[in-house]
Ligand binder design. Structure first.
Ligand code: A3P
Length: 350
């Protein structure tokens, strides 16, 4: 394993963050605009607010999204990971980072100084609304070398507008709504307990979910927004399903590499680079790392333990938590919402 002796993109980004200008007036301007948005109880620890086409847990990520929209200038070479929370964000961030940076951070001997091992996936690729445009900061992301990698949970319509117009690439991952709900319920309860709130029962969580009141929900609108974008601009928006990624991760790594313009060469295939990426980013490997077991990620909603991004990492765990009746209800809503869209969930085809 050899790491480049040049300054890594991660270091440049950390420096840019450290030097970030603060602009409290701009944040206050948007905070004033959103202060009267409709609100409701939702599937998390915060009050939910309705903005554009989504429900947000708390006002802070909405303000961050607005500041990003006002200040972020996308480049055609940018790659943005877009997901609903608890849909495989940690996994796709890892696969993307390892794939794009495989030349600086060689994988054959996956050493401890690989950034995914030293700072973890959420330290390698940061969220606009939770990590970059937060706490009055306006980071100078123009300093970052190509290709810049970002992440977001924002609905397609709420992305910083230059992403669509510049032709940046978007990698979207969707997950079966029932597994997404169970994963979200578990995560939300961790945040609720951290904030001295009673945990939600799974029935309450399912009610809120069906009413669309999950973070960045309604689930169906979020998925359809990116699905339609993928159909309209397949060269710009890649659409993956978590369940299919689990079944054949190597095929997805190859598709990802092609899509972002870094296809694997014959030599790399012979050297087993694809399999090395899959092994490095697997649930089993990532969940056992020290950075996962004892590291933390500073998000604008609070500092969370990295271990909370790893639970079971399996397909179909919903059956251990949801009643058959609730599962049928979610399936019926999904079938009605997706009707005519051409979108078929991987779990329906199994
Ligand atoms: P479960 O709660 O069902 O186990 P996100 O990264 O979007 O927050 O999603 C978290 C979900 O992805 C959790 O699902 C977590 O266990 C799973 N996950 C985390 N890392 C993974 C990996 N490397 N491969 C597959 N699944 C992973």
């Amino acid at each position: 394993m050899s790491s480049s002796s040049q300054t890594s993109p991660l270091q440049v980004e950390q420096e840019a963050r450290a030097e970030a200008e603060t602009n409290p007036e701009l944040y206050q301007h948007f905070a004033n605009l959103v202060s009267s948005l409709p609100s409701s109880e939702g599937l998390s620890h915060n009050q939910f607010y309705r903005h554009d086409q989504g429900w947000y847990s708390g006002l802070v990520p909405i303000v961050g999204a607005m500041v990003a929209d006002a200040c972020f200038t996308a480049r055609p070479s940018d790659i943005v990971v877009a997901t609903l929370p608890k849909s495989g964000t940690t996994s796709i961030k890892s696969l993307l980072y390892a794939t794009v940076h495989r030349r600086e951070h060689h994988l054959a001997t996956a050493a401890d100084n690989h950034p995914l091992i030293s700072v973890g996936p959420h330290g390698c690729i940061k969220f606009f609304e939770y990590q970059l445009y937060t706490r009055n900061r306006v980071p100078d992301l123009d300093k970052l070398p190509d290709p810049r990698l970002f992440a977001t949970h924002l609905p397609f319509v709420s992305l910083p507008r230059t992403i669509a117009t510049s032709g940046s690439k978007i990698v979207y991952v969707c997950r079966d709504p029932k597994d997404h709900l169970i994963s979200q319920w578990d995560f939300a309860n961790k945040l609720r307990v951290m904030n001295q709130l009673e945990p939600l029962s799974v029935e309450t969580a399912a009610e809120l979910f069906c009413a669309g009141l999950s973070p960045f929900g309604p689930y169906w609108d979020h998925v359809l927004g990116y699905w339609h974008a993928h159909l309209t601009r397949p060269q710009q928006v890649l659409f993956f399903r978590y369940e299919e990624m689990q079944k054949d991760p190597a095929a997805h790594v190859r598709r990802l590499a092609e899509f972002v313009g870094h296809p694997f060469g014959v030599g790399e295939e012979e050297d087993g680079v694809v399999d090395a990426i899959v092994r490095l980013c697997s649930f089993e490997h990532m969940s056992g790392l020290e950075v996962t077991k004892s590291g933390k990620t500073d998000l604008v909603i609070g500092t969370v333990e990295n271990s909370s991004f790893f639970r079971r990492g399996v397909v179909g765990d919903w059956a251990n938590h949801l009643s058959p009746e609730t599962a049928r209800r979610i399936d019926a809503i999904t079938a009605a919402k997706f009707m005519g869209s051409g979108l078929v969930l991987a779990s329906n085809g199994q």
